[in-house]
Design a protein around this ligand. Structure first.
Ligand code: C5P
Length: 327
């Protein structure tokens, strides 16, 4: 029997980029948040050999470079098992849009294949395989609100917070993530030159992010409930976080190259978003809204102006886990 898994999107609630490491990755700090919007990934195993990826979206590679292929291949090797796998991806999320769809598809494949072959992987092996395939995969092993450190692959579950409405807009510009990282390096170098600072160092942005994120965390107990009832902090912990001053550093290098993305951020703010930001390196922009009603109205007005906007909501960890498998 094939197994079908919902493969949810993520956004980044702030993303601070640190120094370039010796392995050519950047240290970074971010808070990931899963969303209710999703692709569907179906895995079917039969006798034989080989991994067949099927997807109707022409932008999705169906060869060995596909993240689903790479995860499934590593799992079969780990088990020293032969099987003929057919992995079908039903695309709903934008490809390379900053919503982590490719990474999420790969983890959906992992959960589906474990169930299809009735062979659960120990947590350490799941994490190792996920991190080998990409920095953004491990967060999808947890879901909900997740602190990402290292190159993004070291993940820590944060308190499960009440859902909040979210509007997504994905302008059709292709932002390359490796290019955005190297643009960031060039930007930091030029800033340091301008201020006559040596050596170039990304630690300033990391410590700024830490201050904001930890200040916010200190208001929540382990269940995500504010420790003190401090005015409007109590109602919307996620809005308190983004209001604490966290930013996505990629905006500093991506907006000058794609001014239309900055325009979308302004439109989201004008339409009442309590917080608007680029997700990852883009091109998806999101806005968080205090109520679903406000989000729907904003999306309708934006769509009427020709800016295709989708309404979704943040997905807490308990729901991420409970709703993942399609019965
Ligand atoms: O890990 P992932 O495959 O998603 O990374 C894609 C590329 O993005 C890397 O090859 C690297 O160029 C860049 N990257 C980075 N620092 C990170 C994550 C990714 O420089 N923390």
């Amino acid at each position: 029997m094939p197994v079908t898994v919902r493969s949810y999107a993520k956004i980044n609630l702030g993303l601070a980029i640190g120094a370039l490491r010796s392995d050519r990755f950047h240290s970074l700090e971010t808070i990931y948040q899963t969303l209710a919007v999703h692709d569907l990934v179906r895995v079917e195993a039969a006798r034989g050999n080989g991994i067949d990826i099927r997807c109707k979206n022409p932008h999705v590679p169906c060869d060995e470079s596909n993240t689903c292929y790479r995860v499934a291949d590593r799992m079969l090797r780990h088990w020293k098992q032969r099987a003929k796998l057919t992995i079908t991806i039903e695309k709903n999320l934008p490809v390379q849009g900053g919503l982590g769809a490719g990474s999420s598809n790969a983890i959906a494949t992992m959960f589906a294949l474990e169930r299809e072959l009735k062979e659960p992987l120990p947590a350490d092996d799941r994490l190792r395989i996920a991190a080998e395939v990409g920095s953004d995969l491990p967060l999808f092993l947890l879901g909900g609100t997740v602190l990402g450190l290292g190159r993004g692959e070291q993940v820590y579950p944060l308190a499960d917070l009440p859902p909040i409405a979210c509007v997504l807009v994905t302008p059709s510009v292709a932002v390359s993530t490796p290019q955005a990282f190297s643009d960031w390096d060039a930007f930091i170098e030029s800033e340091n030159k301008a201020w006559n600072l040596t050596p170039p160092d990304g630690s300033v942005t990391l410590s700024k992010f830490n201050r904001s994120a930890f200040e916010w965390l200190s208001y929540l107990n382990v269940s995500g409930v504010p420790v003190e009832n401090d005015g409007d902090r109590a109602e919307t912990p996620l809005l308190d976080l983004v209001r604490a001053g966290i930013e996505n550093d990629f905006e500093r290098v991506v907006f000058p190259q794609y001014p239309e993305l900055r325009d979308v951020k302004r439109v989201l703010e004008r339409e009442g978003a309590d917080y608007a930001s680029l997700s990852g390196s883009g091109s998806t922009m999101y806005g968080l809204f205090r109520t679903r009603e406000r989000a729907v109205q904003a999306a309708e007005r934006m769509s009427a102006e020709g800016l295709a906007a989708t309404v979704t909501e943040t997905l807490p960890r308990n729901e991420y886990r409970a709703q993942m498998f399609v019965k």
